[in-house]
Design a protein around this ligand. Structure first.
Ligand code: AHR
Length: 671
């Protein structure tokens, strides 16, 4: 019995020894510099889903600031004597609120705003309150307060300001208020001081400290997180919101530019997409509009990629309903929208649309190079509609690159049909979307049986090198039964992404999706960055994207094991690897991902360089496979810097290492 037990223990020890000591030898051919890596790698995709814009990245803290929600006072709690009126100063946002004498000196007329799941304020931060107002009798007064309704202290208000309304004409008034505390769910309360009527419109509250200190700017921590990726591309504004539930609610970029006070409200398509995640207060104020998207792209160093409607409402919500879309002979206004957008972005400051850009504060062109036409469309009704767009854009702007789409599937008949149609129409890039389970990312035999050869780490090897280039525009590993951002999913994404690098000659753009989610307002997960009203955390997938984007190199370099690409193939023990060269720094950058549940020893033969070297390393590792970052523990898993000594082998420099189960390590070695 004892003997038997010892035999078993020894056998186990031997197995794990074998797993960790049998090194996987990989050859990195540093002598040959391969295809250039596009500057657009690796990108971000912004869509107003999960309260990503209003209530998220867009710094505005007041919900329904212009009283334009269909329920004019949604988000507001009015009291005293008031009336909603509709002859305000802004044509496309005509509603406002009138506060009148409450009838007794002890009574009050006013209203409180709940913000988006509350108003988040930070201790010591300044907030800019502004309002358009008039006093019909020539003067009136108002009080503005930050309120904590849940407090057990004597007073609910913890900051206060007074504003004199000095004119019977509409004017904007502004006051900066400091918050003495950090609070997730404050309210903004405004009320009449005295008995003289005042009219209020476009009631707004922004942190003064927005990203780059811009007025009408972005929440600083969230925008900084985008910049910190070092993204090559920003695709916007969606996603399905480009299409809308119906054409009336599609995203119309022309409604999103010019003074924010006059940008009409739009319904958000994600308001009621999932009946089990219903958000009746989800609208688009368009405060974060196309000018702001272009400016943000510039601020974070990303190439802008706007996507415009191709004359189609969301196909998922209008399944096979031809008359939900624009008739083929009535597409001209939609085509004109594309042409006008190019002029808005790139035209001279005295052109019709370039002038608006200049008036908004950016006389220089944005130098936009790409345009997406259609989000995630499929079948003939898309291909046929796309044709006149391509013809018109090519005729007027031959240098603009057109991004078409292969639809929502990552493979299959409709996907192939999409690619064939895009190739025929000579689209420059094809936007592919794939939200797939773990097995797909690994390319297991079961996944291959279900999805064919386009799953796993050798997806792009078979792509036509002469056709359109690939934009992997929306993807994420959706763990089976685990659709949150658990660690394992992120590591599989990292493994799969080695195929982007291996195929740099055909994969020109990529973006994980979706980007943002409010913890109290999400419709879709996993997501790259989560936040509440004052805090945020980066998912492990964020670190994966960042590791790639910050270490993308300038040219691909071949890496093989037994002369085969390292892509989780048979006999490769779940290893994925790729290598690039960075001409600017002279570094060889190797990425190795161990997707197996065992440790794996690796040896990198750096063919073409000799002598000892010190490799810089960046590692992503876990303490448990279901680990994730959270608001309370935002840095449970982050990428960690280190170094590793490379030996002077007989013929070339050699790097030996052991990778932890389910881990991602990146090595940078000076050539
Ligand atoms: O990213 C979420 C949604 O997924 C996008 O809106 C759409 O393009 C895709 O179906």
């Amino acid at each position: 019995m004892q003997m038997k037990q010892c035999f078993l223990t020894c056998a186990l020890a031997l197995t794990s020894l074998t797993a960790s000591t049998q090194s996987h030898v990989m050859d990195v051919n540093t002598k040959k510099i391969g295809a250039p890596i596009q500057s657009t790698m690796y990108g971000l995709f912004f869509e107003d889903i999960n309260y990503a814009a209003d209530g998220g990245l867009y710094g505005e803290l007041v919900k329904n600031r212009s009283f334009e929600f269909p329920d004019r006072l949604m988000g507001w709690e009015p009291f005293g004597t008031f009336e909603v009126k509709d002859d305000g100063p802004f044509e496309r946002c005509p509603h406002y609120v009138e506060l009148r004498n409450p009838g007794h000196k002890e009574r009050r007329s006013g209203l409180s705003n709940d913000g988006f799941f509350g108003i988040g304020l930070k201790q010591g931060e300044d907030y800019r309150f502004s309002v358009w107002a008039k006093a019909p009798q020539g003067n009136g007064k108002m009080i503005v307060q930050f309120i904590d309704r849940a407090t057990m202290e004597e007073k609910q208000e913890f900051a206060e300001a007074k504003i004199d309304i000095t004119s019977s004409d509409w004017k904007q008034y502004e006051v900066v208020m400091k918050s003495p505390r950090t609070i997730q769910k404050a309210q903004l309360r405004i009320y009449l001081d005295g008995d003289k009527t005042i009219d209020l419109e476009h009631v707004s509250l922004f942190p003064v400290n927005t990203f780059k200190n811009r007025k009408n700017g972005m929440r600083a921590d969230l925008a900084q997180a985008l910049a910190d990726v070092h993204p090559g591309l920003l695709r916007f504004p969606g996603g399905c919101i480009v299409e809308g539930v119906d054409l009336a609610t599609r995203y119309q970029w022309k409604n999103t530019i010019g003074p924010v006070e006059n940008r009409p409200l739009n319904e958000n398509r994600w308001e009621y997409t999932f009946p089990y995640r219903f958000y009746p207060d989800y609208f688009q104020s368009y405060g974060l509009g196309f000018f702001e998207f272009f400016q943000l792209s510039e601020d974070i160093g990303a190439e802008p990629l706007p996507v415009l409607n191709v004359g189609m409402a969301c196909q998922f919500q209008n399944w096979e309903t031809e008359d939900a879309h624009v008739p083929y002979d009535q597409l001209q206004p939609y085509i004109q929208d594309c042409l006008d957008l190019i002029e808005f972005a790139n035209g001279p400051a005295d052109s019709e649309w370039g002038k608006i850009r200049a008036e908004m504060g950016h006389p220089e062109p944005f130098n936009m190079k790409y345009i997406g036409v259609g989000n995630e469309q499929w079948d003939d009704l898309y291909y046929k509609r796309l044709e006149p767009f391509v013809a018109a854009i090519r005729a007027k702007y031959p240098n603009i690159k057109i991004v078409g789409t292969s639809g929502p599937d990552s493979e299959g008949k409709m996907f192939d049909k999409g690619w064939a149609a895009m190739t025929k129409q000579k689209a420059d890039l094809v936007d592919e979307h794939f939200y797939r389970p773990e097995a797909w990312f690994l390319g297991t035999p079961e996944a291959k049986a279900k999805y064919g050869d386009k799953c796993g780490g050798l997806r792009y090897e078979s792509y036509d090198r002469k056709g359109p280039k690939v934009f992997a525009g929306e993807y994420a590993c959706h763990g089976k039964g685990k659709k949150w951002n658990h660690y394992e999913a992120s590591i599989l994404e990292a493994g799969f992404m080695t195929d982007f690098e291996r195929n740099a000659d055909v994969v020109y753009m990529t973006a994980y999706a979706p980007l943002f989610a409010h913890v109290e307002g999400w419709q879709w997960r996993p997501d790259l960055i989560w936040f509440d009203n004052t805090r945020m955390f980066k998912s492990v997938s964020y670190y994966v994207q960042q590791m790639y984007a910050q270490n993308k190199g300038t040219n691909m370099m071949t890496l093989t094991m037994d002369k085969k690409p390292v892509a989780g193939q048979d006999g490769q023990d779940g290893l994925f690897a790729s290598s690039v060269f960075d001409k600017n720094t002279g570094e060889i950058i190797v990425k190795v991902i161990n997707t197996s549940k065992q440790k794996q020893a690796i040896t990198l033969n750096l063919l073409g360089i000799k002598g000892e070297r010190t490799a810089q390393t960046i590692t992503l590792c876990h303490n448990g496979m279901d680990d994730e970052n959270t608001l309370d523990n935002p840095e449970k898993i982050t990428s960690k810097q280190g170094t590793l000594q490379c030996e002077a082998g007989k013929k070339n420099t050699v790097l030996n290492d052991e990778l932890q189960p389910m881990s991602f390590r990146l090595y940078k070695i000076k050539k």
